[in-house]
Write a protein that binds this ligand. Structure first.
Ligand SMILES: Nc1nc2c(ncn2[C@@H]2O[C@H](COP(=O)(O)OP(=O)(O)OP(=O)(O)O)[C@@H](O)[C@H]2O)c(=O)[nH]1
Ligand SMILES: [Mg+2]
Ligand SMILES: [Zn+2]
Length: 320
């Protein structure tokens, strides 16, 4: 169903009024939030099907459905909702998003500040998959770091560090850890600021295990939520936001086997290679494809060692 401009305008106007009302209510300390039906702001913790788990500003959780005509929310969204019982509510408006993270046109999370790409020794990291994730992350314009987990499984850590030096030279920070042996966990914890972080990466690399390690009482809390979903299972199916006790939030996302880039143009793929940036626009030909053209700044950067051959090969593979 597509809405007419007038219908759209009306919906937006109603949403704006709800947002204004709720903000007024939450800034007014006289107002009791206990009143059922009162509009208040909340944070979307997770979505399962058409339902949302929303946390109120006082930290209570509500299972919510969304009013008709409201765009479906995801973890990280700020919404306006009304209580209809002690643990149920209705979402009436979606607050403006600072940013969104999408995978093949599908919204994963919103209002994220920092991305962490997790890879592991087992399933063994693949450069092409890493570069695919990085392209998506770079195009979301968010800071991104790489975490190499399960290092205790490697019998040649020198080789691993050598492999990831490509990414360090490209400007990414790389952290090596083992959730199993608790290697470098403390160091990693200290590098998380009190903003919103998301863990991305292939299934089985240990995203949820790392979150459990960082938030010790999490299992307890997952049980408390007692929604009929697979939240407690090993393999993550819902993108879910968790609070770090010392400040900040962590979003766990389900891993995937194939990372599709079908919605990215060749231009976006090019700008997804961080270390290529200083050379873009420096080639002899304005429309240089950086393949066989003479005086190509990208090719020259490869020859002088400023761009790694492997990254360039992956770039060629991705633009297909
Ligand atoms: N050997 C070893 N195994 C680990 C380590 N960290 C996690 N694992 C194991 O790896 C498996 C997968 O871990 P998960 O945390 O479920 O992985 P995930 O990235 O959340 O996977 P999805 O939810 O499917 O995306 C589990 O059996 C963990 O116990 C580690 O440092 N070393
Ligand atoms: Mg998981
Ligand atoms: Zn060129």
């Amino acid at each position: 169903m597509s809405l007419t401009r007038r219908q759209k305008w009306r919906i937006e106007k109603i949403q704006a009024e709800r947002i204004a009302r709720a903000q007024k209510a939450s800034s007014n300390s006289e107002t009791s939030l206990d009143n059922a039906g009162e509009e208040q702001t909340g944070l979307v913790i997770t979505r399962y099907g058409q339902r949302l788990l929303v946390e109120s500003e006082s930290g209570d959780l509500y299972q919510c459905t969304g009013r008709q005509n409201i765009e479906l929310s995801v973890a990280g969204d700020q919404v306006i909702f009304q209580k209809i019982s002690n643990n149920e509510g209705v979402v009436t408006a979606l607050l403006e998003r600072e940013n969104t993270l999408k995978r093949s046109q599908k919204l994963i999370a919103s209002n994220v500040d920092e991305l962490w790409l997790l890879v592991a020794i087992e399933p063994h990291y693949q450069f092409e998959l890493i570069d695919r994730y990085l392209v998506v992350a770079e195009n979301a314009n968010l800071p991104i770091n790489i975490v190499v987990n399960k290092i205790e499984l490697s019998d040649n850590i020198q080789q691993v560090e050598n492999d990831f030096s490509i990414y360090e030279s490209a400007g990414y920070s790389v952290i090596y850890l083992s959730v199993k042996n608790k290697t470098n966990i403390k160091q990693f914890k200290n590098s998380l600021n009190d903003k919103t972080h998301i863990f991305l990466g292939q299934s089985g690399v240990g995203k949820s295990s790392l979150i459990n390690e960082l938030i010790p009482d999490l299992n307890l809390r997952v049980n408390e939520i007692s929604i009929k979903s697979k939240l407690g299972k090993h393999t993550t199916t819902n993108t879910t936001l968790y609070h770090i006790p010392s400040g900040g939030d962590l979003i766990d996302s389900p891993g995937i086997r194939e990372f599709q880039l079908d919605n990215l143009t060749n231009k976006e793929i090019l700008s997804g290679f961080k270390e290529f940036k200083p050379f873009i626009g420096q080639c002899k030909f304005r429309n240089c494809a950086h393949i066989n053209e003479p005086n190509c700044a990208i090719k020259q950067a490869i020859e002088s060692g400023k761009i790694h051959q492997k990254r360039y090969e992956n770039y060629l593979n991705l633009i297909g």
